[in-house]
Design a protein around this ligand. Structure first.
Ligand SMILES: *Cc1c(COP(=O)(O)O)cnc(C)c1O
Length: 399
């Protein structure tokens, strides 16, 4: 007998992929209710409450729209609402998710300049400034970047990229994917002058998959008035009109909205700054364990370490997927796989969302035991080093 994820049927499965993440009991309880009439009188209160609450999470005074869709839908929505066929978009190859967004943009008929990258670093603000400074005719209509590249565990510096756009004095729209950073790593839609923020429910927001978001600036709303890419389901206009009274132009994911209300409440109860500090601390403990094992994290620049996940390179000659199979079968724990060109070479430890010290210690214990069971050469004592750090025995250095 095996459990629903393939491991042992007894005890709790450790879902340590970097999304979907563990859904806390409070949110499961909130979702476990009869589905309400989405045109009835009570629904408007729920709608208005979540639409207002999201502003605090995105740190914006502007509107946030909610789609019953995975994050990919919100990627498409950000582009089709603001751009026209043949418009030039500047994108950066930070990893697998940046590449998926790039391909989506090309399929929509945009002209993408894709700045190559080595999948170990984030977006270089100096490169953004240089590309925009070169564009004297201002043919670039949008700069698109992934905040936290979930395939590599590299978090780009969105605020620094904003400053680079401003230094170049370029009017391009600024579109940012925060699907695996929102509510895990500090993010400021308004202060960083982002025009469209793309997010999803199933990572830092601790919800099941099924919702995605666009936070929208005044400038993006203005661009939407003249943008000519075909859009219907994703159209902001209909959505925003209905949202004024808390309703939706088509059936929303009603029960997930109960969960969203609970998630927003939980995040604000803990305090966003404490949420970000918790993630950074768990990430630091995870990296210390990785170093003690004698393994290498994918992210090369400490200024770009991700709080959401840690991607780890396998030693040469060892397959990351065989190791992951061992941790699942022996210890009932799912780890993230290597994506795209990192397949088989990398495993990813998700430490985002509803998470605490003992869950991290258990996760790292599963990795260390898995390395032994799968015959992967490594140093012992990574878990101990992480525990020393978590218990305060070793001082915080770069946390
Ligand atoms: C998970 C993820 C996506 C894809 O979202 P889906 O919900 O699978 O459509 C896109 N970008 C990033 C950075 C992600 O982490």
């Amino acid at each position: 007998m095996t459990g629903p994820n393939g491991g042992s049927p007894s005890g709790r499965h450790f879902l340590q992929i970097p999304g979907p993440t563990n859904v806390p009991d409070r949110i499961l309880r909130a979702i476990d209710r009869p589905t309400m009439d989405h045109r009835g009188p009570a629904f408007g209160d729920l709608g208005r409450e979540v639409l207002a609450g999201l502003k605090a999470i995105f740190k914006t005074a502007g509107p946030v729209v909610i789609y019953p869709a995975s994050g990919t839908g919100a990627w498409e929505a950000a582009l089709v609402n603001t751009l026209s066929p043949g418009d030039k978009a500047l994108m950066f190859e930070t990893g697998h998710f940046a590449s998926l967004w790039q391909r989506l943009a090309e399929r929509l008929g945009l002209d993408v300049e894709y700045v190559p990258g080595d999948w170990r670093r984030g977006v270089d603000p100096a490169a953004v400034e240089a590309k925009l400074a070169e564009d004297r005719g201002q043919s670039i209509k949008a700069v698109c970047m992934v905040h936290n590249e979930t395939s590599t565990g590299v978090a780009s510096r969105v605020g620094e990229v904003r400053k680079a756009i401003d230094r170049a004095g370029h009017p391009a729209l600024f579109l940012v994917d925060t699907i695996s950073s929102l509510a895990s790593i500090d993010y400021q839609h308004d202060d960083w002058g982002v025009d469209v923020t793309v997010a999803g429910s199933q990572k830092g927001l601790m919800l099941p998959p099924g919702l995605s978001f666009n936070a929208i600036s005044e400038k993006a709303l203005k661009a939407a008035k003249t943008a000519r890419l075909a859009r219907s389901y994703w159209d902001w206009e209909e959505m925003l009109k209905a949202n004024q009274t808390g309703y939706f132009p088509y059936t929303p994911a009603t029960n997930l909205l109960y969960g969203l209300r609970e998630a927003i409440e939980m995040l604000l109860e803990e305090g966003l700054d404490r949420v970000f500090a918790r993630h950074a601390r768990h990430a630091e403990a995870a990296r210390r364990a990785v170093r003690a094992w004698g393994l290498e994290v994918v992210c090369l620049d400490p200024a770009e370490y991700s709080g959401s996940l840690t991607a780890v390179l396998m030693p040469a000659g060892h397959d990351a997927d065989a190791f992951r199979k061992t941790t699942l079968e022996r210890f009932n724990m799912s780890l993230g796989n290597g994506l795209g060109k990192l397949q088989g070479r990398v495993f990813r430890i998700g430490h985002l969302g509803d998470f605490n010290d003992l869950m991290l210690a258990g996760t790292l214990a599963g990795v260390e035991m898995g390395l032994t069971a799968a015959g992967v050469p490594h140093g012992k004592g990574g878990v101990q080093i992480a525990m020393d750090y978590l218990s305060g025995e070793t001082a915080a250095q770069d946390a």
